[in-house]
Design a protein around this ligand. Structure first.
Ligand SMILES: Nc1nc2c(ncn2[C@@H]2O[C@H](COP(=O)(O)OP(=O)(O)OP(=O)(O)O)[C@@H](O)[C@H]2O)c(=O)[nH]1
Length: 297
């Protein structure tokens, strides 16, 4: 059984991850619980609570972009690869953290991290299945204002699903910034987003989206390179996305209003429960590609 507990806070840019981390820390403090706060966003600057470990003390995104001539996304991936090569930076301070602490890991918002780039699963495997053996939960935030634009909401839902599949951790999805939609959405309408009702996708208006069907071909034929996704093909795509979400059937959201202490407490209790439930279910085994001594080599 693990004797360390952690939550990794993820979600698209601006979803409210750092604000949620601060609200969690405040709630834990008010309830005499300890926490250990790790910032892994090399671009994050303003913190209400100073992180106990900050990736910026290991590597600076600005320096990486300047010296390696990388853009912000490439620079971020480089920073994570560098972190994986220097895992002691994060594992050493965690050695002494006991089970009274909740380890809170604040992630950057680049969604590549939650879709196809392997750095995050490697990091999580190391923390959860390496010698630290941290019992972890993933918290994926999506902004509640997305529900105004259904296409955006369902695309966010897909990114949350992608993170669930990628990390294979106990997982809670959270609709953040609920104060921004309070009083604007009827309770019964909100319910259709909390437990996503795929029939909402039937009403998504056809955007007349134009896409380049041959963008990956080396020698695109200019007469055939443009396709217009309209009408029936757009509806078919939406039906397919709906079916995917429906068949996955594990996606639902918790509501979060960071200004409301009860709301933060309620989300935290789901996180605690997810961690405990997972711990009681699964014997933990180190993964093949992760060494036990904290050195990924
Ligand atoms: N109204 C409202 N604003 C919020 C809430 N949470 C965050 N914000 C605001 O949303 C913006 C982004 O919040 P952050 O907590 O920095 O979001 P983040 O996901 O950490 O952002 P990145 O790290 O850049 O991806 C800030 O201006 C916050 O003040 C909320 O619950 N309600």
């Amino acid at each position: 059984m693990g004797s360390k507990y952690g939550v990794i806070v993820m979600g698209p840019a601006g979803a409210g991850k750092t604000t949620f981390c601060s609200a969690l820390i405040e709630h834990l403090r008010n309830n005499r619980r300890s926490c250990f706060y790790i910032n892994l966003d090399p671009a994050a600057e303003d913190f209400v609570y100073e992180p106990d470990v900050d990736i910026k003390d290991l590597i600076s995104l600005e320096d990486v972009m300047e010296e390696l001539h990388l853009g912000p996304n490439g620079g971020l991936i480089y920073c994570f690869e560098f972190l994986l090569d220097n895992l002691d930076f994060i594992t050493d301070p965690l050695e002494t953290v006991t089970d009274e602490y909740l380890i809170i890991i604040d992630m950057p918002g680049q969604i590549e991290l939650y879709s196809h780039v392997p750095v995050l699963p490697n990091l999580v495997r190391h923390l959860a299945h390496g010698s630290l053996n941290i019992s972890m939960c993933a918290a994926y935030l999506l902004e509640s204002t997305f529900i105004v634009d259904r296409a955006k909401f369902f695309s966010g839902t897909l990114s949350a699903m992608s993170a669930m599949l990628l990390l294979e951790l106990p997982h809670v999805n959270i609709l953040s910034k609920m104060d921004l939609v309070k009083g604007q959405v009827a309770r019964k309408d909100l319910k259709r987003f909390i437990d996503p009702d795929i029939s909402l996708l039937q009403d998504v208006p056809d955007s007349g989206l134009v896409y380049d069907a041959n963008e990956n071909l080396e020698t695109p034929d200019p007469t055939e390179s443009q396709s217009v996704m309209t009408g029936e093909s757009f509806a078919r795509l939406n039906r397919a996305v709906g079916q995917l979400i429906d068949e996955f059937s594990l996606v639902s959201f918790l509501k979060l209003d960071v200004q409301n202490e009860d709301s933060v407490g309620s989300v935290l209790s789901y996180i605690d429960d997810a961690i405990q439930f997972h711990e009681s279910q699964e014997p933990r085994e180190p993964m093949d590609d992760v060494q036990d001594d904290g050195d990924m080599g």
